[in-house]
Every structure is written in structure tokens, then in C-alpha cells.
Design a protein around this ligand. Sequence first.
Ligand SMILES: [Mg+2]
Length: 213
Amino acid sequence: MHKIFVSDYDGTVTGKDFYSLLAERYLPRDTPDYFAQYREGQISHFDAMAAYFSFAPTEEQQLEELLAASQPDPDLAASAALLRDAGWKLWVVSAGSSWYVERVLSRAGVAATVYSNPGRLENGRGLILEKMESSSPYHSASEGVDKSAIVRHALRVAETVAFAGDGPTDLQPALLIRPELRFARGLLAEALQARGEAFQPFSRWSEIARELA
Ligand SMILES: [Mg+2]
């Protein structure tokens, strides 16, 4: 395997994070700002996500609306095909849940290895987030999935590794990648800028695919 593109999912492949859509649409007004609590170090990223996901609807149609509202890149399928034809393997890493990541990717016909937190729907309890087995080399107590460990593994098995992300959990893995192959937007771009680290900005995932291909 020569080239691996490790990509975050929420806010990177999609325009909007699944958790933020839940916050906008399904959380009662007096619910705490779990993401702010995470950023202030009061709770883990995993616990923040699990809190939001517990408000997920379990009705099929409402879930479908949420997945559409997350705005996956409209050129996702074509871009993934472009990457594949150019010899890139796609690894999708997400501190959200493979429940929706795999659903969206497989529907678009995208072949990718997904590393994320398993989840299952339960009536009255929303989307229940689970951690990877603690015996997994990619297990993280705070994020569920250790994105840095996954990038380090990619760097061991591939000659070329690219990374794309948009959030705080993407900072450490992004720093393992050289700037020409480090794609960032949002909070990740801000965090890299604050450290004086170079990166490639992007506005849509399909731009990265074209760039890499
Ligand atoms: Mg993200």
C-alpha cells in the first residue's frame, strides 16, 4: 500500500457535525453546552458526544432528514472514485459514531476503512455511543477512537499519508503529517495557525480529493 488518505468525517466530509444538528434541533433549551464543557476540559470528547447523541431521534424519517442536513459533499462518490483510481486508500476516522459514518459512505458507494465509535439506536435513549474494545490499539479513553494512533499506523504501512480534519480532535494527528498533505478548516485550521503550523486550507472535501489525485 503506497498512499493513504486519513480523513475526519463530521465537518470534513460533511458540512455540518451530526452532534451540532442534534443540538440545534432536538436539545431542550436548558441543556448544557456539552461541547463548551469539553473544550474547557470539564468532560471528555466521548462524553460530550454521548450526551448529544442521547437526544437523537430513533424514527427513520427524522434520522434521514438529519443525515441529509449534515450536507455530505455532493461530489463524495465521484471524489472517492477519483482517489481510488489515483491509488489512494481512504481511511475515515471519526470521534463521532460509525453508525452514521458507515451509513452515509456505503450509500454513496464509497469504499473506505472506517475507524469510529460503534453506536446503536434504542427507543427512548437515542443513539447510544460505545467505545472501541479497550484491547484495540486504536482505543482512546477520552475520544473513543485514537486518531493519532491510526495516523501513526498509516505512516508505518504507507509511503505517503495525507490527513484532513476540522476539529480539536484532529490537531494531534494533523501534526504527524507534513504540511503539504495536511488539510484543515474550522477549529483545526485555527489551532494550527495559533501554533504557526502550515497547512492546506479547504472548503469542500472534494477539493482535497482533486488535489491529491
Ligand atoms: Mg470533524
